[in-house]
Write a new protein. Structure first.
Length: 259
């Protein structure tokens, strides 16, 4: 299958976002890349996973009718675009949704209202619930580790899913802070030998297809088992969030009225 070059794909994405906005009549406040490209370990054939937050006009909100508050546009095997309406996004923030907390940190931004982005990042710190986000990553890391342990070889992509989510959990455990979407920004809490090996595997993955099978490595398996076990031990004792619903309401009203 023909794959677009990075610069060509970014242009395609921005044009598609503009087209969606014009056709749907809403305003895109923020659009970014998620997945392995944002996490920092893409393969040459990694998909582009575009996620955005949009706001509908006042009339859309002033009704008792239930309205669809998300947007999905799977385009092809190379590009996937979905979005959340602003009110939905804020409700997810109140619940300390891990996917949202990742997206607003993305290093790859296709569209952004900077005032909006700065404010939603500021509010995210108050809404952050260590216990909720830990359980999100703990569930993922356990599942990925189980899948990785099924044979002598494992998809390198799946190995990285297990490594990333385990590190995110360790970051919460040690720092009581929101994990970074860019995995390398948390390497300071990873043992030096494991850190060095992960960096080598990132370079290896950069030249391999998504389907590449890699021999399981004892050092990584032991790191994953130990880290996930420690994350599990502390998970239930972590604090919850301390978000301010009034502050979220103020942000919601101000953004909506400024549409």
């Amino acid at each position: 299958m023909y794959k677009q070059e990075k610069g060509e794909m970014e242009k395609t994405i921005k044009e598609k976002l503009k087209q969606i906005e014009e056709e749907r009549g809403f305003k895109i406040l923020y659009a970014c890349e998620t997945g392995s490209r944002a996490w920092g370990f893409p393969s040459p054939d990694s998909d582009y996973d575009v996620r955005f937050i949009y706001v509908q006009d006042l009339d859309w909100h002033l009704t008792l009718k239930s309205r669809k508050d998300s947007f999905e546009l799977p385009i092809n095997d190379e590009l996937d675009i979905t979005g959340w309406e602003f009110k939905k996004a804020l409700n997810l923030m109140w619940k300390s949704n891990a996917a949202l907390l990742e997206r607003i940190q993305s290093p790859i931004i296709y569209r952004a209202d900077l005032e909006f982005l700065n404010e939603i990042n500021r509010l995210s710190k108050d809404c952050f619930s260590p216990v909720a986000v830990m359980h999100h990553y703990l569930s993922m890391s356990k599942k990925c580790l189980e899948e990785c342990a099924a044979g002598s070889e494992v998809k390198l992509k799946k190995y990285f899913y297990a490594i990333r989510t385990a590190i995110c959990g360790a970051w919460i455990r040690e720092r009581l802070d929101i994990p970074h979407i860019e995995m390398h920004k948390m390497f300071e809490i990873v043992p030096d030998d494991v850190n060095s090996r992960i960096v080598e595997l990132i370079d290896l993955k950069a030249g391999k297809s998504e389907g590449y099978l890699h021999p399981r490595e004892k050092m990584l398996d032991e790191y994953l088992e130990e880290t996930i076990s420690k994350n599990d031990e502390i998970a239930k004792s972590l604090p919850g969030g301390k978000g301010d619903m009034d502050a979220l309401d103020e942000f919601y009203r101000g953004t909506l009225l400024g549409f």
